[in-house]
Design a binder for this molecule. Sequence first.
Ligand code: 6GU
Length: 269
Amino acid sequence: MRLDVVTIFPEYLEPLNVSLVGKARARGQLDVRVHDLRAWAHDKHNTVDDTPYGGGPGMVMKPEPWGEALDSVIESGEGQPVIVVPTPSGRPFTQELAVELSEKPWLVFTPARYEGIDRRVIEEYGDRLDVREVSIGDYVLAGGEAPVLVMVEAIARLLPGVLGNAESHRDDSFAPGAMADLLEGPVYTKPPEWRGRGIPDVLLSGHHGKIARWRRDEAFRRTVRNRPDLIERADPAAFDKKDREMLSILGWGPGPDGRFGRVAPDVEE
Ligand code: 6GU
């Protein structure tokens, strides 16, 4: 997969040389190219922003440098990339979108300061290419570079051979199917006792069926506590008899439409 990032802060993307993404690059599984937007600014101050038409606070990124940068990057490769525009007003970046983008051969990211890029740039490329405006959550960051790091890591770990263990994705929280959109439960390793704290007996039992059930129960506990919205919107057909027992213990039951909601006060710890 090829990834291009056009930014006024190329050094912000240095973490792409580290860890999983850095290793994937070194192995040739990822071709990452970071470009300085100012290379396509032509005045003596390399200006890339200007005041907004209509007034208001902040600055807007000028269309000309972005147009030249994107033309140049697009011309440098084969075929057409998907352009990913990080913006707090975009569609949510989800595991589903990460999976979809991980299947594309070429992505171009355009992180901007948060007042954003002149709208005409998004329209211009949107007429010819697949352009996705994407947000990583309901908070406002000063720029799109950190979101690019987040998205690239989420995408790169899905590429064949990057994570090492092909099984590792299946149980990911938010992986489509399998664990049915529950959060993952707690994990433990050696030593068997640490500061007087042991390991749940079931994990030492060697009984794979009981272990799988315990893990699913713990996933329900954590999901009910941290992300009750995931249970509320889950297809109740995904819940078996044991799941329903656990949900009932946690104070959850089916409503008139079959979907689950809280039916008893929250249980403490
Ligand atoms: Cl993609 N950009 C900025 N500036 N802020 C954000 C964001 C993106 N996603 C959430 N907040």
